[in-house]
Structures are given as C-alpha cells and as structure tokens.
Design a binder for this molecule. Structure first.
Ligand SMILES: Nc1ncnc2c1ncn2[C@@H]1O[C@H](COP(=O)(O)OP(=O)(O)OP(=O)(O)O)[C@@H](O)[C@H]1O
Length: 590
C-alpha cells in the first residue's frame, strides 16, 4: 500500500496543462461558458432568496401583489436560466467536439511522425488501445469534466458567499462535517483511484491480448491452440475484473461517505438553526433560504469532487498519451529540408552501418552504388540484413554510421515527402483497405481518374480478374469485403505503383509467398513496372535474380559479393553455393 501511496503523489500537472492546451483556440467559447455559469449561479441564488422574502414578508403581511411580483421575477429568472443553460450546452458542444477532434488528429499525426520504427517496436494492440480507448477517455475532459468543474466552481463560490452573508455563525457550524469528510473521504478516494489505475493497466493488457488473439486466429486454429490462448486470456481477465469490482466498490463507498457527512451537517444545522430562530438571531425565511443554499452547495461540492476524482483517473491515460506525444521520432526531418531535383540521380550507400539493438550490426559498413535505371537483386541467407538495407533507403530507420545519398544529396537532408515520392515499395503482401478495388488502386495517386485506374490495372495484369469480381472495380475488398488471393493483392499493389509512378521501385520479397501460377502473373506485372525505373529487389526466386543487372550477396549485414549472375556463378563463391544449396532443396531463399 505504501508503494501505491508514493506513486500517487504524481499530480499530472504538466499532462493536464498539455491536454488543456488543446482548448486554447476555443478560449472565446470558454469565456461564454463562464458567463453562462455566472447567470445560472445568479439564478440559483435568486430562487431561495425569493422563498425568504415570501416567508418573512409577503405571507405574514398578506401581500398578494408582492407575491405576484415575486412570481413574475422568479419566472423571468427561470426563463433566463433555461436560456443560459441552452447557450452553455451549445458552448460545451463546440468545445467538446473541436478540442476532442484536435486531440484525435494530433495523436494520429504523432503516430505518423513516429513512423515505422515505433509501429515495429510497440505491440499493435497497445497502440490501438492508446489511440482508441485512451484518447476517447481523455476526450471526456473536454466533454464533461472541465466544463462541469468550471460550472460547479462558480456555483460553489457564489453559494458560499450567500451562506456567509446570510449567517456567518451558521456557516461555521457546517464546517465540522467537512472535517468528518476529510478524515475518511480521501482514503476512500485514494482506494477508488488506485484500483481504477490498476484496472486501466489491466485493460490495456487485455486489449493487447484481444488484438493478438484476433490476429493469430488462423495459427491458433491450425495448431489447435485456441483453448491455450483462452486460458491466457482468462488469466488476464480475472485481475482486470477484480480491480474493476474493487474500484466500483470504493467509488460507491465514496458516495456513501459524502452522504453521511451531508446528513451530519443537516443535523447540526437544524440543531443550531432552531436555537438561532428561537433567539431571533435568524428569521424562518432566512433559515429556509440558508438551508436551500446549503443543499445546493453540498450538491455542487459533491459533483465537483466527483468530476475531479474521475478526471484524476483519466489522467493516468493522459499521462500515457503525453509520453507518447512527447517522444522524439527516431527519424526526423531537418529544418528547411531539400527537395530532390526532377532529374533522377544515382543512389549511393557509403560505409553504412545500422543496429536495431545490441552490439552486432544488422547492416555492417555497406558500400553500394546503384546507377539510374539499374536493376539490382539483393540476395543472401535469412537474417543477412537485406530488408534492413532497403528500409534504410526509405528512412524507415537512420543508419548510426555512414550515409546514403541520392542525386549526391544525403537523404537525411531531404524532405521525407520528396524522398518517399521518389520511392515505391512493394512488400510481401500488399495491404488492402476496406473499400472498393478502385479506391484501393487509387491509393497510389489520389488524383488519378477512373480511366487511369483501369489502365494501371491492365498494366499490372489485374484487369481481367477485377472484371470477373461480383461488382468489378466497385467490389468491396479488405477485412470485411471480398477476399483476394495473395497474387491478386500483389497485382493491386503493383497497379498502385503504376499510378504513383516512382522512379525507384523497391520490391521486398514481393513474390516469395506466391504459388507458381500467381508468381508468373506478378512477375509479368513487375517486368512492365521495371521499365525505365531503378529497381532494387530482395529476391528469393532464381527467375527474378537472373533478370537483374547486378546481384548483391549479403551475409551478417555485410556485402560479401556482387556482380552479374554469370560473374558470380563463375567465381564459385557464396552466390554459387546459395544457388546450389537451393537445387539440393536445403536452402529456400534463392
Ligand atoms: N525490428 C527489428 N528489431 C530488432 N531486430 C531486427 C528487426 N528487424 C530485423 N531484425 C534483425 O536484423 C537482422 C536482419 O534482418 P533482415 O530482416 O534485414 O534480414 P533479411 O536478410 O531480410 O532476412 P529474411 O530473408 O529472412 O527476410 C536479423 O538478425 C533480424 O533478427
């Protein structure tokens, strides 16, 4: 418990300041919110005051016209209160929608900025949990907590002033009930907070588990391991559920503690109030008004404390988002980056070394020059650093040593947009978005026309199979749509490339997962794509390698051989070994 207490000292000021900073563009609306809050407070004050006047003046004096006047005044006040509440709700809606949207955009934009390395290093389930659940919960600060905290605070100040001006001594009498609350209340609050914190941590873990289970359903089925996975899930679910129950228990206890203190204060109030009325220190009307103010004050304090406590629980998530948002991207654009000239230039790796983690380099002092229009195949045993090398070219990561040049400009000095526009990657399996085939191809260049899309599909040998789909180019594909084969997905990915039209195409194992028939189609499509472009391909198939102008063989991060197919075969070196081991069936890469 001590450990918890220490941890809870974290006040989350800087995190809160950051969250609130999203409201700065909407200060005007916050100002209107405060004005409306003042109007409502005024209304809340006028109504008990009118009871006081009614009881002390109009009823004893039988003043009917006074009573009518009072009814008119109270009616006008109520109308104003309704109007103020409507305007306030409008302001709340504007603030909540705009600030919440800005926070969501900023978080997605940050994820984009952190780039590939962040996504590769962090479990997808965790990222999803952060950007979905956490962002949604934090948005409640704009939706509920902050506007309510402002309103309740204004009410509390106004009502406290009324209590003190009405009867100073009676106000002092209710103070012991606050002491009562503060001896038990904070402990209960802390328990509720701690269990909620644990519940939140377990929730992230559980969401990660759910994501992993969904993603690995095929493997789980194939290995008959669904029960094994379920038992893992249940194991994690138990503490999650227990902490949730505990936190609700303490949250309800918190309400009970507050109720007890209110009843205690009411008892004190009646006890001393009756005495004051008898001694004519306060009129009955004043006491009634005082009692209403007191009840309103207690309600508002309760709501304020609840909002503050609930906001505090969200701050745990806000702290996670704050840390995510304030971390530096591994790959950053320099100030005033350069743009690549239109004229295509050579690519050059100069003494490039890169390590993911640990000491052994995954790419080790690589020197390689690729001329414009050259077709390079990168081969080698598994884990040799082939994919890493091509990722360095697209600045998915930056090398720790050496530099990569394009048109004689270090790619670090280029704008990321300019660099990535020049490059087109085709990976092992093209990703399909849950939309039509047409839109999936258009992704390569959002400005392309329907005719250009069909043309690209024809060039990538995709047109015929697309036409045969139930709704042709309009067929929905992806997660919930029509399922396409690996080869079909690859041809869509290649069609995208025709639209994107990059001068350098990087193929990472683009055909390695395909059967022979699909591969033949994809190879034909790639053949068309490679005309008049520089091609760098991580190759696994002999047919691809033989088409290359030059072959680069990698082992343990180093280039150990390079040359044409014939040169390498005649030198009887590592490449020769790879090709021969493949023939014997012991090596699957080449
Ligand atoms: N994200 C990563 N974090 C840490 N290490 C990594 C990461 N990606 C790759 N590695 C390691 O870097 C080394 C090179 O991996 P890389 O994927 O570049 O090899 P490869 O030659 O493309 O292999 P394959 O042909 O099997 O795809 C391997 O030892 C691998 O374990």
């Amino acid at each position: 418990m001590r450990l918890f207490r220490k941890k809870q000292k974290h006040k989350y000021w800087k995190e809160y300041k950051w969250i609130i900073s999203f409201l700065l563009p909407y200060k005007k609306h916050l100002f209107y919110l405060v004005i409306c809050g003042l109007f409502l407070t005024l209304g809340e004050i006028v109504i008990p005051k009118s009871f006081q006047i009614l009881i002390d003046d109009f009823i004893p004096n039988n003043d009917i016209s006074g009573l009518y006047q009072l009814i008119v005044v109270v009616s006008v006040v109520i109308i104003f209160m309704i109007l103020a509440a409507a305007v306030m709700n409008l302001q709340k809606r504007i603030i909540r929608e705009k600030a919440a949207r800005d926070l969501q955009y900023a978080s997605f934009d940050k994820l984009r900025g952190l780039g590939f390395s962040y996504i590769e290093k962090n479990p997808t389930g965790e990222i999803l949990s952060l950007l979905n659940t956490d962002v949604n919960d934090i948005q409640r600060i704009y939706r509920d907590y902050l506007p309510n905290i402002i309103l309740y605070s204004i009410m509390i100040v106004g009502l406290s002033i009324m209590l003190l001006t009405l009867n100073f001594w009676l106000t002092l009498i209710i103070i012991p009930s606050y002491f009562l609350y503060y001896t038990i209340g904070p402990w209960v609050e802390r328990q509720a907070f701690l269990y909620l914190k644990r519940y939140n941590e377990d929730r992230v873990d559980l969401e990660k588990q759910v994501y992993e289970t969904m993603s690995s359903m095929q493997e789980l089925r194939a290995y008959g391991a669904i029960d094994w996975r379920m038992s893992h899930f249940i194991e994690r679910y138990k503490p999650f559920n227990r902490n949730w129950l505990q936190s609700t228990f303490y949250a309800h206890s918190r309400g009970s503690v507050r109720r007890i203190t209110v009843y205690f204060a009411i008892l004190l109030l009646f006890w001393f109030g009756a005495d004051q009325i008898q001694n004519e220190m306060i009129t009955v009307g004043e006491f009634v008004a005082f009692f209403f103010y007191f009840l309103l004050l207690m309600f508002n304090i309760t709501f304020l404390v609840t909002s503050l406590t609930e906001q505090q629980t969200v701050m745990i998530q806000a702290s996670r988002l704050y840390n995510f948002y304030h971390q530096d991207a591994e790959v950053r654009e320099i100030n005033n980056p350069l743009c690549l000239p239109n004229q295509q230039g050579a690519i050059e790796f100069k003494e490039v070394s890169f390590t993911y983690q640990g000491n052994a380099p995954n790419v080790d002092r690589v020197n390689l020059k690729i001329e414009v229009g050259e077709h390079i195949a990168v081969v080698g045993e598994s884990g040799g650093g082939k994919s890493t090398l091509i990722k360095l070219l697209g600045r998915f990561y930056d090398p720790q040593q050496g530099e990569i040049l394009m048109n004689d400009i270090p790619i670090k000095n280029l704008s990321l947009g300019s660099l990535r526009e020049r490059l087109g990657y085709v990976f092992q399996e093209g990703y399909l978005f849950g939309t039509s085939v047409k839109e999936n191809i258009r992704f390569g260049n959002p400005d392309s026309s329907d005719e250009e899309i069909v043309e690209a599909a024809k060039m990538s040998y995709a047109h015929n199979f697309i036409e045969a789909l139930p709704e042709g180019y309009e067929t929905e594909v992806g997660e919930r749509g029509y399922k396409l084969s690996g080869g079909q997905k690859q041809r869509i990915a290649i069609a995208r490339m025709f639209l994107k039209n990059p001068s350098i195409v990087v193929l990472d194992e683009a055909t390695s997962a395909l059967d022979n028939e699909s591969e033949a189609f994809v190879q034909k499509a790639l053949h068309v794509l490679s005309q008049n472009r520089t091609i760098i391909t991580v190759a696994h198939r002999l047919s691809t390698i033989m088409e290359a102008d030059r072959i680069v063989v990698m082992k343990e991060g180093r280039i150990i051989e390079h040359g044409t197919f014939e040169e390498l075969m005649q030198s009887y070196g590592a490449f020769y070994e790879l090709v021969n081991s493949n023939k014997k069936g012991s090596y699957t890469d080449v």
